[in-house]
Design a protein around this ligand. Structure first.
Ligand SMILES: [Cu+2]
Length: 146
């Protein structure tokens, strides 16, 4: 086949490169990820509680944990982890994670959150800071221990 339009040929070559690059970038990452998960933790949110299927395990520094969070309630809930609850600012003042702040889930929705457990041994909590929820008991303690 002979192309008389040089721009078209260059354009097709670039498109082919982009497609090849896109494939190369996404495939190995996805194939890799599930191998890295050391724990799956299923959390169900409701008014006004967090329930962990099978009970909340102790987390170990270095564990790669996939939190599978579902809002089975009738109102919006959020998911924070930390200590020193601050209901006025709707957050924990101290968090074990540098790269996770919080998740907000509408009624009926769910999300997967994958985090590496940091070397922050001690007692922590998950909590919801929608107005009044933390005070109504929407919190659950957990431990990071070696
Ligand atoms: Cu809530």
């Amino acid at each position: 086949m002979i192309f008389k339009n040089k721009k078209l040929v260059v354009g097709l070559a670039m498109l082919a490169m982009l497609m090849a690059t896109g494939t190369w970038l996404t495939m190995p990452v996805q194939a890799h990820r599930s191998d890295l998960i050391s724990k799956n933790i299923e959390i169900v949110m409701n008014e006004f509680s967090f329930t962990v299927t099978g009970g909340m395990p102790v987390l170990k520094p270095g564990d790669v944990v996939r939190f599978k969070i579902k809002n089975a309630g009738k109102v919006r809930h959020d998911f924070h982890m930390g200590k020193d609850p601050n209901t006025k600012d709707e957050k924990f003042n101290t968090s074990p994670f540098e790269q996770f702040d919080m998740l907000e889930l509408d009624a009926g929705s769910s999300a997967d959150l994958t985090l590496t457990i940091p070397d922050k041994v001690g007692d922590w909590e998950m909590g919801c800071f929608q107005a009044g929820h933390y005070g109504a008991g929407m919190k659950l303690s957990f431990k990071i221990a070696k």
